[in-house]
Write a protein that binds this ligand. Structure first.
Ligand code: A3D
Length: 320
């Protein structure tokens, strides 16, 4: 059987890391597409030359031609611009919306059967726009944010409790922004929910609240440290986890920005929710029950995403 084909649209910091991870995990052959001449070609060759030492079999190609992504099984989109210190994700909307138009058209023309994972910010609005521009089925277009936000939450919790992060599960819902909703009630250490661990004296409510806030600010913390761009190692790893779930039909339960129509009381919108990812793409949106406080936080997050989608419609009349 031929190797799967993974197209990476955008060969910047995340795109290059995605290519390296996909090759090292032998998920398939990789095509790196970027408008910056030389960047995708250089990264593809550099990573291919690490193959003999690493011992992976994968072909890598860099290109400026959408025809080279033809027949891709997975497309991961990072094309656009990242944040600089002082910028919010929403400040990127105008520039990245135009990028989503060209990317959506490129994917529709060359890889209409692909499972598409968008990473470009502001995430929830960009994945919505990418779906509109590409016209692909909703279940084949999703956004990566929840896996990363949950991973950040899990990392902070594993340090706080001094336990293996393998035993920490965590849930973050809602839009990928300041209003994201880390759900402590559904987050556990070895199955013990966080509120119980507070009662058991493992941590205090104040410390837990601080970890929740640090999770919400996780992207900005890294932007502040790097100064020249935003996080790329963990975002790439998170998207690869989603791509692997699709390619290997793993039926993983992963939070991601998916099209929700009916579940959680929502009607036809993209937002961060728990999903099952398998060979059918987003095979199911998990309709979890929220309590009153969680629902209020989720509603606020949904409102913020709707505001960004309305802004997209104001900029590009073809979306209205
Ligand atoms: P960067 O290293 O600047 O790479 C972006 C690449 O996109 C550059 O190489 C550009 O040349 C390329 N590009 C620009 N326009 C086009 C186009 N029209 N077609 C093809 N390629 C184009 O950024 P990055 O890799 O650090 O980040 C990429 C995106 O991911 C940004 O929008 C970030 O804000 C976003 N991001 C999202 C998360 C989430 O959790 C959702 C986390 C981190 C970064």
């Amino acid at each position: 059987m031929a190797r799967p084909k993974i197209a990476l649209i955008g060969a910047g910091q995340i795109g290059g890391t995605l290519a390296h991870l996909a090759a090292m995990k032998e998920l398939g052959d990789v095509v790196l597409f970027d408008i910056a001449e030389g960047t995708p070609e250089g990264k593809a060759l550099d990573i291919a030359e690490s193959g003999p030492s690493e011992g992976f079999d994968a072909r890598l190609k860099g290109t400026q031609d959408y025809a080279d992504i033809a027949g891709a099984d997975v497309c991961i989109v990072t094309a656009g611009v990242p944040r600089k210190p002082g910028m919010s994700r929403d400040d990127l909307l105008g520039i990245n919306l135009k990028v989503m138009k060209s990317v959506g058209e490129g994917i529709a023309a060359n890889a209409p059967d692909a499972f598409v994972i968008c990473i470009t910010n502001p995430l929830d609005a960009m994945v919505w726009a990418l779906r509109e521009f590409s016209g692909l089925p909703h279940e084949k277009v999703c956004g990566m944010a929840g896996v990363l936000d949950s991973a950040r939450f899990r990392h902070f919790l594993s340090v706080e409790f001094d336990v293996s992060m393998k035993d920490v599960t965590a849930f973050v819902l809602g839009g990928h922004g300041d209003t994201m909703v880390p759900l402590t009630r559904y987050s556990t250490v070895g199955g013990i929910p966080l509120p119980d661990l507070v009662d058991m004296g493992w941590t205090t409510q104040d410390k837990l609240d601080a970890i929740v806030q640090r999770t919400r600010d996780g992207g900005a913390e890294i932007v502040g440290l790097l100064k020249t761009g935003s996080a790329f190692y963990a975002p790439a790893t998170s998207a690869i986890e989603m791509a692997e779930a699709y390619l290997k039909d793993q039926k993983r339960l992963l939070p991601c920005a998916a099209y929700v129509d009916g579940a959680l009381g929502l009607k036809g919108m993209y937002v961060g929710v728990p999903t099952i990812i398998g060979a059918g793409g987003i095979e199911r949106v998990v309709d979890i029950k929220l309590n009153k406080d969680e629902q209020a936080m989720f509603d606020k997050s949904v409102e913020a995403v709707n505001g960004l989608v309305a802004a997209c419609k104001g900029i590009d009349s073809s979306l209205a």
